[in-house]
Design a protein around this ligand. Structure first.
Ligand SMILES: Cc1ncc(COP(=O)(O)O)c(C=O)c1O
Length: 371
């Protein structure tokens, strides 16, 4: 086999080698120690979601969400399908209250999509935005008077495209805080007790695409939706049935379990946070010390998960193409920036090794020297 490239993809994204090993074994045969059922000698891909063998995996995945991600005990953990994009609609469908608008903070493409879904359903207020400066920072938290009467306040904790990230969860008092955690869930310890509902497509820090983690404070399950909500789009249904109302993505949930078990083995969110800080700082130091590269995100809002930059100069576009082609040739995969920002993006999620960041930084310095 040729040497493995360093995978900077924004998502689906890099997963730890130990997770590939454990997952590959479970595709052949689960072989659960202490489980003498026939299913335990079958593949994860072919056993019933109602079997005792799968149930143990499901319950362990939920327990690890509480333990490793810090999801409070007062929250129900759900494993849904349809990606974070389905949550853009499910949140307002389930949580909007009559005569109370939904409030959003606009930090780019993904929050905009969430806002559009909410607008289609009812009154929606954008209470802060960083649009005017190309979404290069997280706007200052608006005063409570701007969202106090809202059904909830929605934020995007990490903006995958621009490389901006909330430092921590804001305290929104009695207004339920809803957070799209898709691209930084588990990146470090965060004030999860401030979050009423969190959601994340799994395909960055949690596993493969096709599973969406949702956690919701149990009292919010009691909210009566304003309009009709189809059965599969009701949080209450999924909570009552422990995410087994219909057939869940059993394979994806098992991989998510494997990823969280790996995070725990590595020292949990605390260790992830320290490692992610070091990785991001190393790249930002190259960007800040360069006259060729310009970081997109402003200091104070810089993401530890997605580092974004453009190349400067008269032939910036051609230089960017050369940079990306040379990077590919050097085994650095997935550095092309999102089309709405251009330039480059290094996605360095939990599973991305520190050694790979060192290789990228050396490559960047060398490219600038010889450009
Ligand atoms: C912050 C954020 N929210 C939402 C999405 C959409 O996720 P999905 O593709 O799971 O619908 C993405 C995808 O990259 C994202 O980065």
């Amino acid at each position: 086999m040729t040497e493995r490239p360093f995978n900077f993809s924004a998502g689906p994204a890099i997963l730890p080698p130990a997770v590939f090993e454990r997952t590959a074994a479970a595709i052949r045969s689960l072989d659960v120690p202490g489980d003498d059922s026939l299913e335990s000698r079958l593949s994860i891909l072919e056993i019933s979601h109602r079997s005792k063998t799968y149930d143990a995996i499901h319950e362990e995945a939920i327990a690890l969400c509480h333990e490793v991600l810090g999801v409070p005990k007062e929250h129900a953990v759900l494993f849904l399908q349809g990606g974070a994009s389905t949550q853009f609609a499910m949140v307002p469908m389930n949580l909007r209250q009559a005569d109370r608008p939904a409030a959003y903070i606009d930090t780019g493409v993904w929050s905009k999509k969430a806002i559009e879904e909410s607008k289609a359903l009812g009154a929606t207020e954008v209470v802060a935005s960083s649009k005017a400066s190309g979404y290069d920072h997280i706007p200052a938290m608006p005063g409570p008077q701007s969202y106090a009467g809202a059904s909830y306040l929605h934020i995007t904790s990490n903006n995958t495209i621009y490389g901006t990230e909330w430092e921590d969860m804001p305290d929104t008092g009695d207004t339920p805080l809803v957070v799209d955690f898709s691209s930084n869930i588990g990146a470090r310890p965060m004030a999860m007790d401030r979050v009423a509902l969190g959601y994340a497509g799994a395909q960055k820090n949690l596993g493969p695409s096709g599973v969406t983690l949702v956690f919701i404070r149990k009292d919010l399950l009691e909210r009566t939706p304003v309009g009709h909500v189809p059965t599969m789009l009701r949080y209450g249904i999924h909570a009552e049935n422990n995410s087994l109302y219909n057939t869940p993505n059993t394979f994806g949930i098992m991989v998510l379990r494997n990823v969280l078990a790996w995070v725990k083995d590595e020292g949990g969110a605390v260790r992830m946070g320290e490692r992610n800080r070091r990785k991001a700082d190393e790249i930002y130091a190259v960007l800040d010390g360069s006259s060729l590269y310009r970081p997109h995100a402003k200091v104070g809002s810089r993401s530890t998960m997605n580092v974004t930059w453009t190349l400067q100069g008269d032939d910036a576009e051609a230089q960017t193409k050369r940079f990306l082609a040379k990077a590919e040739a050097a085994g650095l995969s997935g550095l092309k920036g999102h089309r709405s920002v251009g330039g480059c993006r290094a996605s360095i999620y939990n599973a991305f090794p520190e050694a790979g960041v060192g290789v990228l930084c050396e490559f960047m310095r060398e490219f600038e020297r010889t450009a």
